[in-house]
Design a protein around this ligand. Sequence first.
Ligand code: UT7
Length: 322
Amino acid sequence: MNYSRIAGTGSYLPAKVLTNRDLEKMVDTSDQWIRERTGIEKRHIAAADETTCDLAEPAARRALQAAKVDSGEIDLIIVATTTPDQVFPSTACLLQQRLDIHGCPAFDVQAVCTGFVYAVAVADNFIRTGSARCALVVGAETFSRIVDWSDRGTSVLFGDGAGAVVLKASKEPGIISTHLHADGAYESLLRVPAGVSKGYDLVQEGGAYTEMRGNEVFRMAVTTLGRIVDETLQANGLQKTDIDWLIPHQANIRIIQATARKLRMPMERVVVTVSEHGNTSAASVPLALDVAVRDGRIQRGETLLMEAFGGGFTWGSVLLKY
Ligand code: UT7
């Protein structure tokens, strides 16, 4: 039996920082409102000529370096993104070219904020079945491109960035279990209602933006994430106290706190980057993971629970021994 194990992590943030004070000059909002309602203080925004693949590449290189893996060893590349560089080739193929990797499967996964959790689950299954031995899994977004900067309900929330992991085949877990869900019935609560085969004129005019009924999404996120935590623990016969670290999707500090309460976890055991990064969609979980690995909080052998909720709705979790 093969398991997959995280051999290394990496991340990258674009240089430009947008603070709450900057946003006060753009929309009718305040630093106090944003901090109190979301926990966000600042976010990073990609430069006009900086693409999702430009963010994914340094994150991937850092993960390869941390894993001590040569790019030639990679036999699967998955990029989770909502904001691909081009319609095609996929961002995963563009990244493959940059890393000078040839021949292995490379594809994108689109599950918005749950994208990285989905991508890890897919890669884990490839490795478990013996179809891959060394996978590069990236979550990367230039989400700022699909934000209406005149809408205070959404513009204060999102940021850009990338995070990556190298997953290697291992005799020991590694990833213990993954849990994925979706329910398309909630499309109208969170969406960009235009794309290639519908509303392409809007895209061309620069008017295809994220629409969210924030309050309703908030309530669904809290209940659903509570449920996925229970499902993950039950599936593995674990107690709440068995989890060393919670690495949640970074959408809103109040959602994160509610999930931590459900797990009866002190906030010291929860990795929080929402204050620094905002909501970076598919990049948020691997960014948070990399931050806590590199600053020495997360140690080898500890049990981690990663969870996310996003557009679709999609939601899921990954339980692993680091
Ligand atoms: O990652 C995918 C999943 N996404 C999420 O999980 C996001 C979930 N939703 C949220 O995080 C929260 O719902 C928001 C942060 C988006 C909004 O917080 P809220 O506490 O749910 O506020 P609200 O939408 O109920 O609005 C409360 C008030 C309203 O004013 P009135 O009607 O009470 O006068 C809004 O117009 O706050 C107003 N408001 C703002 N005020 C200042 C909304 N946005 C802003 C703003 N600055 N940026």
